[in-house]
Design a protein around this ligand. Structure first.
Ligand SMILES: Cc1cc2nc3c(=O)[nH]c(=O)nc-3n(C[C@H](O)[C@H](O)[C@H](O)COP(=O)(O)O)c2cc1C
Length: 230
């Protein structure tokens, strides 16, 4: 279906929005929907990849193990299909809950199996070269918990430096969204988990409105950077 959009220059662009959460009514899914709306308004066609809904199997298997002597290997039909979706995308936006300061296993498995040798890396000009990527990670830790800085650095190293740079992406950034839990939580210097009462009423509404705003700003800034002439 074709779109009527405000920006003719971007009408044919595609955004692959990857969601990694088992519940469709999760905050993560909601933020993914907001991101998709923002991208649509900017003229992108959305390819929504809900990894759980599509029953993506994150376990590496023999068919998808790289063959180091064969960059032209044909991978499993499932993985080849995901590769086609990535190739068709100009930008990729992954939305996920932070699990143990990392992406959840289903998203990690998508990277392991699909961003494979000969496709995402292992070529002088990788197939993903020039694409741009935004990682939106929701985290339970409160904004002022010291662990948020550590999480930002760690995710930045893994996702921007470890994966995107290695695959020749033109840009990769991590938008971290702390405060995703209803009960404000942080860990003190002795390792005690401190849990506040659950947010309620207008305080709760304001808290989540601020988180949504931050998410939309990450998407808007990501889009704005694309328009800056090189
Ligand atoms: C297995 C697991 C590991 C988690 N690890 C972290 C973590 O390392 N740091 C953090 O801030 N929150 C962590 N959380 C909290 C989640 O990030 C948080 O529940 C989620 O972002 C809330 O979004 P949702 O309502 O869409 O699930 C973890 C949650 C689970 C279930």
């Amino acid at each position: 279906m074709s779109h009527t959009t405000p920006d003719d220059a971007t009408t044919t662009r595609t955004a692959l929005v990857v969601v990694a959460h088992p519940r469709r009514d999760s905050l993560t899914a909601h933020i993914a929907e907001l991101a998709a709306q923002r991208l649509t308004a900017a003229g992108y066609r959305i390819d929504l990849l809900d990894l759980h809904a599509e029953n993506f199997d994150p376990r590496m298997n023999a068919a998808d193990l790289p063959e180091w002597g064969n960059r032209e290997k044909t991978y499993s039909p499932e993985v080849e299909n995901h590769m086609r979706r990535i190739l068709a995308a100009d930008v990729i936006v992954a939305v996920f809950p932070v699990y143990w300061v990392q992406v959840p296993a289903i998203l990690k498995g998508w990277i392991d199996r699909v961003w494979n040798y000969g496709f995402a890396y292992g070529r002088s000009k990788p197939r993903l070269a020039g694409k741009r990527m935004l990682w939106l990670g929701l985290a339970g830790a409160a904004d002022d918990d010291g662990v948020v800085d550590i999480m930002q650095q760690s995710l930045g190293m893994q996702l921007n430096d470890g994966i995107a740079y290695y695959c020749g992406l033109a840009e990769s950034s991590v938008g971290l969204l702390p405060g995703a839990e209803e009960k404000r939580q942080r860990v003190d210097a002795d390792g005690n988990l401190l849990l506040d009462e659950a947010l309620t009423g207008s305080i709760r509404d304001a808290h989540y409105a601020a988180l949504e705003d931050r998410a939309q700003r990450f998407v808007d800034d990501f889009l704005a950077r694309d328009r800056v002439p090189a």
